[in-house]
Design a protein around this ligand. Structure first.
Ligand SMILES: Cc1cc2nc3c(=O)[nH]c(=O)nc-3n(C[C@H](O)[C@H](O)[C@H](O)COP(=O)(O)OP(=O)(O)OC[C@H]3O[C@@H](n4cnc5c(N)ncnc54)[C@H](O)[C@@H]3O)c2cc1C
Length: 359
């Protein structure tokens, strides 16, 4: 059994930032990710980030992933195990069981564990949702932006949050027709700038509409759409069909929390944060002293906030080992950045969710 100071599960923006905080302060850090490439969701994000210089505005997500991975590799005591899945965590002896792609099993004992496993996509229940052609938006982004494969010819996007709008724009850039975007809420959830771009390219956005059914013989051929009333019930008389061979669901994410449940962390149901999340103190500490959480696993937000919550969780883990003389200064800077990211109307949902944790 190998021993490390800090083990980080997940090499997305949160996990990489958490690991860097430990590595920069001379600790033995191991990052484990089941993907073949570090970066988590960043590897699909070929578009340029918005916001301020601190939030890496103007840089593409994929380049941020490369930059963070390169930086981590400069620390001799930091290691990155890719294509390796953490199957379980045993809190009694603080041990992780890890399987690599050769199916061999390794055990790691970690003084501190940071869980940065991200989130999984939500699906919608409707007849025909198991037809080939019905995808999550993450899968569509992976096909297009990681593997260079067009997912189909005519896409119906479900969800007008930022993910639905950005993936629609990327599909249009790849010369794939987007027949429409449908959104159950009465208003568009994503930034107006993204919505305007796709509208200018002729894509209609139907708010207060949803999918009634997907139809096709062997594969998806068309979708039945209907308008929703104020209680979000479908109105039969409004239904119409749209031809499509891809139905792309961008209807939200749920935190991936299995390891946090296994660790015995106190879990809380907070709809605004995506579902069940571990209680945490706003700097990554959970109810289990040696376990920390970062990024979407602690509440679904965005890549910029995942970097800040990752840094905070990393600093807190280092501090709990008595190795962080600059804790107050460093956490102060990252907390201010996080507050700025969560300010304004766009952050109101997250702020409400965090209030449920009584931060
Ligand atoms: C389709 C899509 C588009 C998006 N577009 C944007 C955008 O334009 N701008 C923006 O700011 N945000 C965007 N986001 C959100 C952003 O990508 C996430 O908020 C951010 O990546 C979260 O970072 P994270 O490190 O918490 O998790 P992730 O980036 O999801 O990384 C988690 C990592 O953990 C690994 N992992 C999970 N479980 C295990 C396990 N048991 N063992 C080993 N490894 C494991 C995963 O493989 C993954 O690599 C998008 C998200 C999606 C799904």
């Amino acid at each position: 059994m190998k021993q490390v100071d800090i083990a980080v599960v997940g090499a997305g923006p949160a996990g990489l930032h958490a690991a860097l905080m430990g590595a920069e302060r001379g600790l033995d850090v191991l990052v484990i990710d089941n993907a073949g490439q570090a970066g988590g969701q960043l590897v699909k994000q070929t578009h340029k980030f918005f916001g301020s210089r601190e939030q890496r505005a103007g840089t593409r997500g994929i380049h941020i992933a490369d930059e963070l991975t390169k930086k981590l590799s400069t620390y001799t005591k930091a290691r990155l195990w890719l294509s390796s899945t953490v199957l379980s965590y045993y809190p009694a002896d603080q041990t992780l069981m890890i399987e690599d792609d050769a199916e061999s099993i390794r055990l790691i004992q970690a003084q501190r564990l940071i869980i940065a496993t991200g989130a999984s996509e939500k699906l919608l229940p409707f007849p025909g949702n198991d037809l080939p052609g019905v995808y999550g938006a993450g899968a569509v982004q992976t096909l297009m932006n990681v593997h260079g494969v067009k997912p189909g010819r005519k896409v119906l996007m479900v969800g007008a949050g930022n993910i639905g709008l950005i993936v629609s724009y990327q599909l249009l850039q790849s010369d794939v027709e987007v027949v429409a975007v449908v959104e159950a809420a009465p208003h568009i959830g994503g930034y107006a700038v993204h919505a305007s771009k796709i509208r200018r390219m002729g894509v209609p956005i139907y708010t207060s509409h949803s999918v009634k059914a997907a139809r096709g013989e062997q594969v998806l051929e068309r979708a039945v759409i209907w308008q929703l009333d104020e209680q979000w019930n479908g109105i039969d008389s409004t239904q119409f069909e749209l031809p499509c061979d891809v139905l792309c669901l961008a209807v939200g994410l749920s935190p991936l929390t299995e390891l946090l449940w296994q660790a015995g962390c106190r879990m809380v149901f907070v709809p605004e944060l995506g579902g069940h999340v571990p209680w945490h103190n706003g700097r990554g500490a959970t109810s289990v002293p040696e376990v920390f959480v970062a990024g979407d696993a602690g509440g679904v937000e965005e890549a910029s906030s995942a970097m800040a919550t990752g840094a905070l969780a990393g600093l807190s883990a280092v501090e709990s080992l008595g190795q962080c003389p600059d804790y107050a200064e460093a956490t102060g800077a990252w907390s201010r950045e996080l507050d700025a990211l969560r300010a304004g109307p766009a952050g109101s949902k997250i702020r409400k969710g965090l209030q449920s944790l009584q931060l």
